[in-house]
Structures are given as structure tokens and as C-alpha cells.
Design a protein around this ligand. Structure first.
Ligand SMILES: [Mn+2]
Length: 290
């Protein structure tokens, strides 16, 4: 069965929160994987990173690394200095991950997030810059055994890739064995003609997988067709992690960036909700993995 994980942002309102506090929560709620903030871990000292690594090992947790880049390091920027800063940052992330023994880098690692196409900007031209930037940044990922998983997100969060097909086309252009795509049911629900179809299309390009209900409640609390989704992952023999990204609490940077404007049901019992959802996901996975 695939390792089941949760994104740290479920338990906090600030992206920069100390990751150590989420180790116990994820472990006690029954997860195999905790997705942490890559920029935060990259800024930590070597001693702090070693402490986090030991704590995760003791809790039986693998770590995956989530990225949302800021506008001052946007790989699609017209400004070469900004692009260079982004490439340097992504290479630092790969080095920090290597020290942690981490392999999955996930998220918007090809531009800033969220990012609209502004008046006068051309999607093709900016996508070319993103490909060029990732080709450079991914060299460090290759050197440090890191899978550079580019996340396909919905139209309200980015314009470079909204569908699995666009993600694959981008990865093909990058042309590195370390470049994979990351699909997320929350985004797929908005953009894909077929959930099963897009997963089958992704096939061996799929390096990481995010799950959530259409309103970002934890899996099992909405109307996502889990049998179809997990069945398709089984069909392509996907062995990677399945990481949920629920967000129930408004406020702070996280509430702002995720657009959470009300307390969703379950927000008063976060640990209980996470525990229930981890068990739900495993139960659904067991139905397809016989
Ligand atoms: Mn996601």
C-alpha cells in the first residue's frame, strides 16, 4: 500500500512555522509521511535539520518537501536577476533535502505562487522561461537524488500547467529523469475531463500525488470519487506517497493563500479529523490493492 501523508499546513496559519511541532501530530494521527515546508527547512541550520530528521525517524515518518516560491524568485520573470535567484534557491533546497535524506520535492517549483498571467504577458513565452529555469535548477536535484515534482494546479493559482497533459509536455521539455509531475485531486476536480483518464495519461510521469475534497476538507468528507481515483493509481502501479492537503481554518498566510474564508466542519477537532481521514484513505486503498 502507498505511504499516506499529510501536509503540515493543516495545523498552522503560517508557512514559516517550526516543522518539529507537526511530527508528533502526524505520527499520532497515523500517517507515514509529513509534507514540510522546503523553504523553511532550507533556512534551518544543519543542527536543526539533523534534529528534525531524527525526530521524523523516531516517529516513523518520511518527509516530503513542499514549495511555493515568492515573486522575488520567479522563474518566469522578465528580470534575469530574479530568475537566477529562483534557480539558486531551488538548488539550495535540493542540497538541504539531500542532507535530510529527502527525495520528493513538490509544488510550484517552476514559478512563483499564486501567479496570474498579467496584461501583455504571453503564456508560451513565460512557459519557455520556466522550462529553461527548471532545466538549470534540476541539475542540483540530479546530483542530490531529488525527484523534482512539478505540481499541476488549477487556473486560479497558475497558468503554466492546468492539466496532466500540460504537465507532461512541460516535463518532456525539461528532459531530465528527475523531472516528474504531481497531480492533486483538488485541482484535477476543476480542470480534468476525466480523473481516471488523467491519472492513466500521467502513468510513469507521476512522481507524487496530493488528495483532498473539492472544498479541501479531508478525504472522506466530500464527494470525490475515491474508488475511481485510487483504482486508477493502482492501474498505473503508482508506488509513491499519497499526501492529503486539507485546510479547514481561515486566517494568517495559509488562510489567505489557500483562500479559506470560513471555518469548515472539523476545524475544532483537527487531530481527530486527520486520524479519521488517514484511516479512511487506507481503507479505500485496501479495496483496490488486492
Ligand atoms: Mn497540492
Amino acid at each position: 500500500m502507498n505511504p499516506v501523508g499529510i501536509h503540515f499546513g493543516y495545523w498552522t496559519q503560517q508557512w514559516n512555522s517550526e516543522p518539529m511541532q507537526f511530527i508528533d501530530k502526524a505520527g499520532h494521527s497515523g500517517f507515514d509521511v509529513l509534507e514540510v515546508n522546503a523553504p523553511k527547512v532550507t533556512r534551518m541550520s544543519e543542527t536543526e535539520r539533523n534534529a528534525l530528521k531524527s525526530a521524523a525517524e523516531n516517529a516513523g515518518l518520511a518527509l516530503t518537501y513542499s514549495i511555493g516560491m515568492t515573486a522575488d524568485m520567479d522563474l518566469v520573470s522578465e528580470d534575469a536577476g530574479i530568475r537566477k535567484k529562483g534557480i539558486g534557491f531551488l538548488q539550495e533546497v535540493a542540497r538541504a533535502m539531500n542532507q535530510m535524506g529527502g527525495t520528493v520535492m513538490a509544488g510550484i517549483n517552476y514559478s512563483s505562487w499564486p501567479r496570474k498571467l498579467m496584461p501583455g504577458e504571453d503564456k508560451e513565452r513565460l512557459t519557455d522561461r520556466a522550462v529553461e529555469g527548471v532545466r538549470e535548477a534540476i541539475k542540483a536535484a540530479e546530483d542530490h537524488n531529488v525527484l523534482f515534482c512539478i505540481e499541476v494546479v488549477n487556473r486560479f493559482e497558475h497558468f503554466v500547467m492546468n492539466t496532466a497533459a500540460e504537465g507532461i509536455a512541460f516535463a518532456e521539455r525539461v528532459g531530465s529523469p528527475n523531472c516528474k509531475i504531481l497531480l492533486d485531486t483538488f485541482h484535477m476536480n476543476i480542470e480534468e475531463e476525466s480523473l481516471r483518464g488523467s491519472i492513466l495519461e500521467a502513468g510513469t510521469w507521476l512522481g507524487h500525488f496530493h488528495i483532498g475534497e473539492p472544498n479541501r476538507r479531508p478525504p472522506g468528507r466530500g464527494r470525490m470519487p475515491w474508488a475511481e481515483i485510487f483504482g486508477a493509481l493502482h492501474e498505473i502501479n503508482y508506488q509513491g506517497a499519497i499526501v492529503m492537503e486539507p485546510f479547514l481554518v481561515p486566517g494568517g498566510e495559509v488562510g489567505r493563500d489557500i483562500s479559506v474564508y470560513r471555518r469548515l466542519p472539523g476545524s475544532d477537532n483537527l487531530d481527530e479529523e486527520a486520524t479519521r481521514s488517514a484511516a479512511f484513505v487506507r481503507s479505500e486503498l485496501s479495496k483496490v490493492s488486492h
